[in-house]
Design a protein. Structure first.
Length: 152
């Protein structure tokens, strides 16, 4: 029974909305927090050097405070923030899908636990239909009146 709930897309959407609402509340209150997330879904731009990225566990905690908190915002369905990593404080913009956040923690206390099983949604590439262009060109070429537009 529980599996049918945590695997359900509608449940994941509800959890995403709860995560978004809680993050907005914490931003509004200017209260620092941590997020525990599935690192496989996190994007770093620029990518982190290998010696830093290999240190991350499959579930990684990011604590948003100070400058990192100030740069944090919700962009579409993602939490985005800038952070420094490693001894050299390597700067990167971190993008975390809201559905990939497993916990939100404040003052060492979990405020939210997300049980939804996040699966990255595959974006369907839209293909262009060139048939309309080709049909339009064929119609144009078949009209003898349009011959004046061609070079001879």
């Amino acid at each position: 029974m529980l599996d049918s709930i945590i695997e359900d897309k509608k449940f994941a959407d509800v959890m995403q909305k709860n995560i978004e609402n809680l993050l907005l509340y914490l931003f509004e209150r200017e209260h620092y927090f941590g997020i525990l997330c599935k690192i496989e879904h996190v994007v770093f731009e620029p990518p982190l050097p290998k010696e830093i990225s290999v240190e991350f566990r499959s579930m990684t905690l990011f604590f948003l405070a100070g400058y990192t908190f100030e740069t944090a915002s919700i962009v579409e369905d993602d939490l985005v923030f800038e952070a420094g990593f490693g001894a050299e404080n390597f700067g990167s913009i971190v993008t975390v899908p809201l559905k990939a956040i497993v916990q939100i923690i404040a003052d060492e206390t979990p405020l939210l636990i997300n049980l939804a099983n996040y699966k990255k949604e595959k974006k369907v590439a839209k293909s262009l239909d060139n048939g309309g262009v080709e049909n339009s060109m064929a119609s144009f070429l078949s009209n003898p009146e349009n011959s004046k537009f061609f070079k001879k």
